[in-house]
Design a protein around this ligand. Structure first.
Ligand code: LLP
Length: 454
């Protein structure tokens, strides 16, 4: 992991960094609060590690997004892969959001949270026949098809099910999103979308297939995009393409512009919803189609923290290790992408001693289980609590149970109260979900005998 570069301002710990993005997080009497709820109190009652989300922050970012897109009449389809907790989905559902999904499992989660199938867009490169069948049976609003093969399969499935599939074809416009390599999706050579230069015969075919109702064109070029220029370029290419199709008699009533808007993690100054919407407005001026966007991260990242205990402050050769009770299985982004998360003490010392560099790591038996290298932290003792900022997106939803570490609780704060919206997964439940092969059960048939019987 690369050594972190931090600016001095963010070391002071006088306030929560992040350019005002964390207005719901503050120190009160030197202890961290999410809205009016003490993080330490939650830690004592729920145990660490856990995720905590602020309902106010979630509502605030959704409202900001909705206001920006309202004049365009654009639909907001929250990319629920960023955070699929039922309560988070319910909050957005109540505010009128649809969702962008990438598996049929996500469809069921969304429907359970009260989002109707008619407000679901189904994206993803590898949808199976079974998933496509279920999507059609559910009556999903739009299926974003990413290859000629998928189109043919969907046509067959649709004819079998007896429903025409509402399809947008996702193009790959070959634009560099200028983001992490792991989160670029709209560049030639990425697995996503149909190369825009090869797409025409596929659009023409889609327009004639009896099981397909070709309704749109979709584009999504990547994630954590902080500049507007890649968006502008990708949208311009897509709009040009839409017009070219129109001139050839293929009139598409929908234009799906995907997600990807970045957020503050370290020292970025990302564009906000309004300037993203302005670019869309400008580029789509003479397009007569219904617009939709699918932001994920920008709606939830700031609204969540991950809280962990520093189990051991262990002396290393040249600097100390802070070994946390949270690991790469709980928050994968740093180990997976080298992503930066700001880490702040939950209990701030009034007269802060000088910061010192720590390698902040997890307990998982992997050297890549590290959150930060040489991170400057105030003195931290065994048992102190720390909070990761910007952890509401791609945190919990990407977690795993590696090392038989149960999925950690998720907590939702609403002003002065909190609720556990996903309890810590019991280890017993993990074990019970694995039935033994019959021949391994005590008293079961020995392996050799079973082979002989066949
Ligand atoms: N639409 C499609 C088709 C997508 O693939 C994605 C994200 C989104 C929308 C939402 O993008 P967002 O607004 O959240 O940037 N795990 C990575 C991010 C992966 C993003 C995958 N696709 C991370 O932790 O940074």
């Amino acid at each position: 992991m690369a050594q972190d570069k931090e600016d001095v301002m963010t070391h002071s710990m006088d306030c929560i960094p992040g350019d005002g993005a964390f207005s719901y997080v503050s120190y009160n009497d030197n202890t961290l609060f999410v809205d009016q709820v003490s993080v330490k109190k939650i830690a004592q009652e729920v145990g660490t590690p856990f995720y905590v989300y602020s309902q106010r922050a979630l509502e605030f970012s959704y409202e900001e997004c909705a206001q920006a897109f309202e004049p365009l009449g654009a639909g907001i389809f929250y990319a629920m892969k960023a955070n699929h907790n039922q309560s988070v989905l319910k909050i957005f559902a109540r505010l009128g959001a649809g969702v962008d999904i990438v598996s049929i499992g996500e469809a069921y989660r969304a429907i359970a949270a009260g989002i109707s199938a008619s407000r679901i867009i189904y994206s993803g490169v590898g949808k199976t026949a079974d998933e496509l069948t279920k999507a059609l049976e559910l009556g999903i609003y739009q299926i974003n098809v990413e290859s000629a093969n998928e189109l043919e399969l969907l046509n067959e499935v649709a004819l079998r099910v007896g429903r025409r599939a509402p399809v947008a074809l996702r193009v790959n416009p070959d634009v560099d999103a200028k983001t992490l390599r792991g989160t670029t999706t709209g560049k030639k050579g990425n697995k996503f979308g149909i190369d825009i230069t090869d797409a025409l015969p596929i659009f023409e075919r889609a327009a004639t297939l009896p099981g397909i109702a070709l309704v749109g064109i979709a584009v999504h070029i990547g994630s954590q995009i902080t500049e507007l220029q890649p968006f502008r370029l990708a949208y311009m290419r897509t709009v040009e393409y839409w017009k070219m199709l129109r001139d050839r008699g293929i009139v598409l009533p929908r234009l799906d512009l995907g997600g990807g808007l970045g957020v503050w993690y370290q020292n970025e100054s990302p564009a906000r919803f309004q300037s993203w919407a302005d670019v869309i407005s400008e580029v789509t001026q003479d397009v007569d189609a219904e617009l939709s966007v699918a932001p994920g991260r920008a709606l939830v990242a700031h609204a969540g923290l991950m809280v962990a205990t520093a189990v051991y402050n262990k002396r290393g050769n040249d600097r100390g290790f802070l070994i946390l009770d949270a690991g790469m299985n709980d928050l994968a982004r740093p180990s997976l992408y080298g992503a930066y998360h700001h880490i702040v003490p939950v209990e701030r010392q009034a007269n802060e001693a000088p910061v010192e560099p720590f390698d902040i790591v997890g307990p998982v038996c992997e050297s890549t289980d590290a959150f930060a290298a040489a991170r400057l932290m105030p003195p931290t003792r065994d048992g102190d609590l720390v909070a990761f900022l910007s952890a509401g997106a791609y945190g919990s939803s990407m977690s795993s149970t590696y090392n038989t570490r149960p999925l950690i609780p998720e907590v939702l704060v609403r002003e002065t109260v909190y609720a556990v919206v996903r309890p810590r997964q019991p280890v017993a439940a993990m074990i019970e979900s694995e039935p033994l092969a019959s021949w391994l059960e005590d008293g079961g048939m020995p392996v050799g005998m079973r082979n002989n019987a066949q």
